[in-house]
Design a protein around this ligand. Structure first.
Ligand code: NAD
Length: 440
């Protein structure tokens, strides 16, 4: 049987641009209809999506629902509940010299055709959540799932095409050649989630067309543990945040920063927490994920020797399994401290005290998230005032990204721009200034 040749990126973008020009995507009814269809897609195909996520990353069905499917449904519901409010023109006070009969306001205009490029680690959530904002803001969307999560990419390509308005939404599957071809086209916004090296490629390509970009990147997110905290609570929360999705989470605590005495007491607490969550043999735990591919497995296996193993350390290349691992006595120069770990290895680095911890953070790239476990108000407010990061989490890693009314994004090397909730509307809209002065 002959299949029709796939549409070329240039033709896809031209087709979507033509649709956008007709005004089809602008009425709020079209936007909410698309969001409801996306909701149906998720609620009607949960098992199929969960199976794809399991095939790509060994995610358990519970985790797939919690961090990808239900997460995205919640974002849709939040958007549907508030969209009218968010899109309402915002009046601006008019200065006296324009007269009392002049009015001014901000109007939210869709940008046009936007490109969403997603990574493999949360391949459904990180493709669909930006799409929610792009559609809610009235744009046509080209969605590019990650080729490194091929099962999820294939399911999403099929379902998105079946559920959404294909006149205004297109999915382009593929890897570097396909993304490179897409990036040669002119978009009205590019939303990229992934690593900083490709982020630079995206920004360079966007510069050719003066296209604005959102870059959701990564980096090493520190977790500072203060003296005198309840280390069982800290260990439990660190372990849950770090080893979710086998550590392949952009906002996972990358390393622990603490003083030597606290480190010594934290080590057994972390061991107990790992065992409480995954049992004595995490390889047998249905709740523990796998590394996405051999390349990342080899990279991570090479980091296991960066310190003394407190718990874990085992690995199995055939199964792409790396045990939840805690490393102690890790020096700042160790390989595991040179780049974002993005896997299930938690190094503990010691510093003499609070001043040195703050310096340690400030000597490095601005992280996507910074976590502080401290009872002391002074310690917490010093981190708030003296460091810069995409987000600051006191006492609980990862959770800030589930608060739809908080902007999610990085700063500096960890990214530029933000989204979630109304911040997605800001990202995918142009805030047009309007002034009106009656002619008579
Ligand atoms: P990835 O390899 O799947 O790449 C992301 C996207 O970039 C894919 O769609 C891929 O096709 C495309 N791409 C890859 N090489 C390209 C090239 N040369 N030219 C054009 N496009 C190309 O994912 P990744 O980058 O390995 O993802 C992991 C990184 O993403 C980590 O650094 C992580 O911290 C970060 N991340 C950030 C967030 C966030 O929300 N800030 C979320 C998840 C992951």
């Amino acid at each position: 049987m002959n299949h029709p040749a796939p549409e070329q990126p240039a033709a896809t973008v031209a087709r979507l641009r033509k649709t956008f020009r007709t005004g089809r995507t602008k009425p709020v009814e079209w936007r909410t209809a698309q969001l409801r269809r996306l909701r149906d897609l998720l609620t009607e195909n949960g098992p199929e999506l969960a199976a794809a996520l399991h095939a790509d990353l060994g995610k358990s069905s519970t985790e797939a629902h919690r961090t990808e499917i239900d997460f995205t449904v919640r974002e849709i519901d939040h958007t549907l509940a508030h969209l009218d409010d968010w899109l309402r023109p915002e009046p601006a006070p008019v200065p006296a010299h324009l007269g009392a009969d002049a009015d001014a306001w901000t109007q939210y205009d869709p940008l046009g055709v936007v490109l969403v490029i997603a990574p493999w680690n949360y391949p459904a959530q990180l493709l669909l959540t930006p799409m929610i904002g792009a559609l809610a803001a009235g744009n046509a969307v080209v969605a590019k799932p990650s080729e490194l999560a091929p099962a999820t990419s294939a399911v999403l390509a099929r379902l998105l095409t079946a559920y959404l308005d294909t006149e205004a939404v297109a999915v382009v599957e593929g890897g570097v050649p396909e993304t490179t071809a897409l990036l040669a086209e002119r978009f009205d916004h590019i939303f990229y989630t992934g690593n900083g090296t490709v982020g630079r490629i995206v920004m360079r390509a966007a510069a050719e067309h003066l296209t604005p970009v959102t870059l959701e990147l990564g980096g090493k997110s520190p977790a500072f543990v203060d003296r005198g905290t309840d280390l069982d609570v800290v260990a439990d929360r660190l372990v849950r945040g770090k080893f979710l999705n086998a550590g392949q989470t952009c906002v996972a605590p990358d390393y622990v920063l603490t003083d030597p005495a606290t480190a010594a007491a934290l080590e057994p607490a972390l061991s107990r927490a790992v065992e409480a969550l995954f049992g004595t043999d995490p390889a047998a735990s249905p709740e523990y994920g796998r590394i996405v591919n051999e390349r990342h497995f080899d990279r991570l296996a090479g980091l296991l020797g960066s310190g003394r193993v407190v718990v874990g350390g085992a690995s199995d290349r055939t199964a792409k399994y790396i045990a939840p691992t805690v490393l102690a006595d890790v020096v700042p120069e160790a390989p595991v401290m040179r780049e974002e770990i993005f896997g299930p290895i938690l190094p503990i680095v010691t510093v003499p005290g609070l001043d040195e911890a703050i310096d340690f953070v400030n000597d490095r790239d601005k992280p996507l998230a910074l976590y502080v476990f401290a009872e002391s108000d002074v310690t917490r407010s010093r981190f708030a005032a003296e460091t810069s990061s995409g987000a600051l989490g006191h006492g609980l890693p990862l959770a800030h990204l589930t608060v739809s009314d908080l902007p999610f994004g990085g700063v500096g090397e960890s990214g530029t721009g933000s989204y979630h909730g109304r911040y997605s509307i800001d990202t995918f809209s142009h805030r047009k200034a309007v002034l009106e002065k009656p002619l008579s």
